[in-house]
Design a protein around this ligand. Structure first.
Ligand SMILES: *[C@@H]1O[C@H](CO)[C@@H](O)[C@H](O)[C@H]1NC(C)=O
Ligand SMILES: *[C@@H]1O[C@H](CO)[C@@H](O)[C@H](O)[C@H]1NC(C)=O
Ligand SMILES: *[C@@H]1O[C@H](CO)[C@@H](O)[C@H](O)[C@H]1NC(C)=O
Ligand SMILES: *[C@@H]1O[C@H](CO)[C@@H](O)[C@H](O)[C@H]1NC(C)=O
Ligand SMILES: *[C@@H]1O[C@H](CO)[C@@H](O)[C@H](O)[C@H]1NC(C)=O
Ligand SMILES: *[C@@H]1O[C@H](CO)[C@@H](O)[C@H](O)[C@H]1NC(C)=O
Ligand SMILES: *[C@@H]1O[C@H](CO)[C@@H](O)[C@H](O)[C@H]1NC(C)=O
Length: 571
C-alpha cells in the first residue's frame, strides 16, 4: 500500500467511526487476560474529556536478521562474538518500514492525535489523547479507573479492537489491560522450617556472599567506564541514606561505592521501598566499586505500563550500563502471546547491543494453575521464560551456621515456557536432566518442549536490608539472588573491559557451552531439594527437584567467582 492510499484509508476509517458505522475491526491481543487482579477496586468510567497516554508498539523489520545477529555476537565460537551493535546500527536494522510509520501516523492524525513521542529505535510511539478519542480509536475500549491502596490506574475491562489495516503495522497497544504487577518481597522470619525454630541465624550480608562466592577483598571493579543497573517499578524508591548506612554497617573489608550515580526517571518519595533498597544494596556489594544506575519507572500516567516504560527508556538511550537486573514477572497465561513475543524482541535488541539482562525466576516454585475442575498444571512466569534473558533462581544454606553447601530454596521459580520454544543452547542440558532425573513430575504438568529456566542461581534466603534507616532481617526471594549474580557478572565485565575485550552481553550461549564441557567448576552445582508447586494429590506440592548439572530449579548453580572469571576471561 502506498502512502497516499494509506492516508485515504485512514481518513475513511475516521469518517466511518464518526458516523458510528461498524467497520472491519479485529482484536490485536485476543488472548490477553481481562479479569481485574485481586485487590483492585473499580471506581467508575473516565469522562470523555479526561486524558490517557497509550503506547503503540510498531512492527519492526528484519527481526529474523536480528535473531541471527544475537546468536553470532553471543556465541564465543563465532567470528562475530562481542561485535555488538550501537543503538544507531540497531535502529537501521530493525526500524519500522516507512509504510508502517506513515500508516500509523496518518491513522493517529485522522483522530486529531498529535502529541506523540518516539524512541531512538523508532519502534514505539507514546501518545496522549482524550478518553473520548481513545475509545473511538480503539473500538470496544472503555477506560475506567481502579484503585488499590494509594495507587490508581486507568485500564479497560473490555478488549480493544483495531482497524484491520493496522494489523500489519502494530504489535500491541500498551496501557489498556495489563495491571502493574507488584513484587511481594517478604521478610520470612522463622516461618520456613520448624527445625529452625528458636535457633539464631546471622543472616546473609555482603561478607557472607563474598565469602561463599569466593570474592576476595580485592575483587572489586576498577575499569573507568564500567557500570551496572537495576530497574524499579511503581513507587519503589531507594534512599541514598539507606545505602550509605547499609555500607557503613555491612560494607567493611572491600572497597565500594555508597552512592547510586545515576537515576533514570523520577526518584523521590518519603518512604523507601524494601525491594528498591535490596536491589541497590546487593548489586553494589558484589559489583563493588562499580558505578550503579537505577531505572525508576513509577507509572506516572495512570494508563502506563511501567515495565514497558523501562524497555522504552533502554531503546531511547545510546549509552546504558552493561548489566541490568530486574525482579519483575507475571504469569505467562495472563499475557497475550503478541505482547510476550514483542517483549522478547526487545530482549534481542538488548542482546545485540551487548547488554546482559537478568531476571529473577520468581518466588512461587513451579507455580500452579487450575485448567479444569481439579486439573492443574504448573504456571510459568514471564519474562523469566524468555530465551533471551538470563534467569536467576534461589538457594539457601543447608546448614544456616555454615557458609558452605547450598540447597534449593523451595520458593525458587523454575519450569518450562508454554510460549517460547526451547532455544538450541540449552537442548542438551535439559535433555540430560529429563533423562536422568529420578522422579520427574507428571508430563501433563509442564511443556517439555518449551524454554526451560532458570539458568543460574544465588542465595535467596535471610538477607539483611537497610530500608528507611532500619536494618531488616530475613528478607528473602529471588529478587535478592538477581542483583547478587548481576554484580558478579559486572566484575567479570570489569576485567574484560580492562583487557580491551567486549563485555559478556547475553550470557546464556557462552554459559551453557562452558558448563556442558563436562567438568566446569565455574558454578557450584546445587543438587539437593525441590521447589514447591500445586497442592494436589498428584504432585503434593512438589515441583521439580535439583539434580547434578542443569536443573529447572537452580539452573547450573551458584557462582564460584575465580573459576567463573577464568572461564569467561580468555588468557
Ligand atoms: C488533557 O490534556 C490537554 C492538553 O494537554 C489539556 O489542555 C486538558 O486540560 C487535559 N484534560 C484533563 C481533563 O486533564
Ligand atoms: C526519547 O528521548 C527524546 C530525546 O532525548 C525525548 O524527546 C523523547 O520524549 C523520548 N521518548 C520517550 C517515549 O520518552
Ligand atoms: C572457593 O570456595 C570453595 C567453597 O567455599 C572452596 O572449596 C574453594 O577452595 C574456593 N576457591 C576456589 C578457587 O575455588
Ligand atoms: C574504584 O574504581 C575506580 C574507577 O571507577 C578506580 O579508579 C579505582 O582505582 C577503584 N578503586 C580501587 C581501590 O581499585
Ligand atoms: C568505555 O570505554 C571504551 C574505551 O575507553 C570506549 O570505547 C567506550 O565507548 C566507553 N563506553 C562508554 C559507555 O562510555
Ligand atoms: C508447549 O510449548 C510450545 C512451544 O514452546 C507451544 O507451541 C505449545 O502450544 C505448548 N503447549 C501447551 C499445552 O501450552
Ligand atoms: C575434564 O578435564 C580433563 C582435564 O582438564 C579433560 O582431560 C577431560 O576431557 C574433561 N572431561 C570432559 C568430560 O570434558
Amino acid at each position: 500500500m502506498n502512502g497516499a492510499k494509506a492516508a485515504r484509508v485512514s481518513s475513511l476509517v475516521a469518517l466511518l467511526v464518526y458516523f458510528g458505522i461498524p467497520m472491519q475491526c479485529v482484536l490485536l491481543e485476543p488472548d490477553q487476560r481481562l479479569s481485574i487482579p485481586d485487590g483492585w477496586t473499580f471506581t467508575g468510567r473516565l469522562a470523555a474529556s479526561d486524558n490517557v497516554t497509550l503506547t503503540f508498539a510498531l512492527k519492526q523489520q528484519r527481526v529474523d536478521i536480528l535473531q541471527d545477529v544475537v546468536e553470532r555476537v553471543s556465541d564465543p565460537d563465532s567470528l562475530l562474538y562481542g561485535m555488538y551493535l550501537t543503538l544507531e546500527e540497531l535502529t537501521s536494522l530493525i526500524e519500522p518500514a516507512s509504510i508502517t510509520r506513515f500508516t500509523v501516523q496518518k491513522w493517529l492524525q485522522s483522530f486529531g492525535i498529535e502529541a506523540c513521542q518516539t524512541v531512538e529505535t523508532l519502534d514505539f510511539l507514546q501518545c496522549s489523547m482524550t478518553v473520548g478519542t481513545a475509545e473511538k480509536l480503539l473500538p470496544g475500549s472503555e477506560f475506567s479507573r481502579y484503585v488499590k491502596g494509594q495507587r490508581s490506574v486507568v485500564r479497560s475491562p473490555v478488549p480493544y479492537q483495531i482497524h484491520k489495516e493496522l494489523v500489519d503495522h502494530i504489535d500491541f497497544v500498551g496501557g489498556l489491560h495489563r495491571f502493574p504487577k507488584e513484587r511481594k518481597i517478604v521478610s520470612r522470619g522463622w516461618g520456613k522450617s520448624k527445625s529452625m525454630e528458636g535457633t539464631f541465624h546471622l543472616g546473609v550480608m555482603p561478607s557472607i556472599l563474598r565469602q561463599r562466592y569466593n570474592l576476595s577483598d580485592s575483587d572489586i571493579g576498577s575499569a573507568s567506564n564500567n557500570s551496572q543497573a537495576c530497574a524499579q517499578f511503581l513507587e519503589q524508591y531507594f534512599h541514598q541514606q539507606d545505602l550509605a548506612e547499609f555500607m557503613q554497617i555491612f560494607g567493611s573489608g572491600f572497597e565500594h561505592h555508597s552512592q547510586v550515580d545515576h537515576v533514570v526517571g523520577p526518584q523521590g518519595g518519603p518512604k523507601a521501598g524494601l525491594e528498591a533498597s535490596l536491589d541497590v544494596e546487593y548489586i553494589m556489594s558484589t559489583g563493588a566499586n562499580i558505578s550503579t544506575w537505577v531505572f525508576s519507572n513509577p507509572g506516572r500516567y495512570e494508563s502506563q505500563e511501567p515495565f514497558v516504560d523501562w524497555l522504552l527508556s533502554l531503546s531511547n538511550l545510546s549509552s546504558v550500563p552493561w548489566v541490568h537486573t530486574v525482579s519483575y514477572g507475571d504469569d505467562e497465561d495472563s499475557l497475550s502471546v503478541a505482547y510476550m513475543q514483542r517483549i522478547n524482541v526487545e530482549f534481542m535488541k538488548a542482546a545485540a547491543r551487548g547488554l546482559t539482562i537478568l531476571f529473577a525466576s520468581g518466588d512461587d516454585g513451579a507455580g500452579c494453575r487450575e485448567v479444569g475442575k481439579g486439573i492443574h498444571t504448573f504456571r510459568p512466569s514471564f519474562p523469566a521464560s524468555s530465551p533471551y534473558v538470563t534467569t536467576v533462581g534461589g538457594t539457601s544454606f543447608k546448614n544456616p551456621f555454615q557458609v558452605t553447601l547450598e540447597v534449593t530454596d523451595y520458593i525458587s521459580g523454575g519450569g518450562f515456557s508454554n510460549v517460547f520454544l526451547m532455544p538450541d543452547y540449552q537442548v542438551a542440558a535439559v535433555k540430560h536432566y529429563l533423562m536422568t532425573v529420578s522422579k520427574p513430575p507428571p508430563q501433563s504438568y509442564y511443556n517439555a518442549s518449551g524454554r526451560a529456566y532458570p539458568d543460574v542461581a544465588a542465595l535467596s534466603d535471610n538477607y539483611w536490608v537497610v530500608s528507611n534507616r532500619i536494618p531488616i532481617p530475613w528478607v528473602s526471594g529471588t529478587s535478592a539472588s538477581t542483583p547478587v549474580f548481576g554484580g558478579i557478572l559486572s566484575l567479570i565485565n570489569d576485567q574484560r573491559l580492562q583487557k580491551g575485550l567486549a563485555p559478556l552481553g547475553f550470557l546464556n550461549p557462552a554459559l551453557y557451552k562452558l558448563q556442558s564441557s563436562g567438568n566446569s567448576t565455574a558454578l557450584f552445582d546445587v543438587t539437593q531439594g525441590c521447589h514447591m508447586s500445586c497442592f494436589d494429590e498428584k504432585v503434593q506440592a512438589q515441583g521439580f527437584c535439583a539434580a547434578p548439572q542443569w536443573d529447572p530449579v537452580t539452573g547450573w548453580g551458584t557462582p564460584n567467582f575465580p573459576k567463573l572469571l577464568r572461564a569467561l576471561l580468555p588468557k
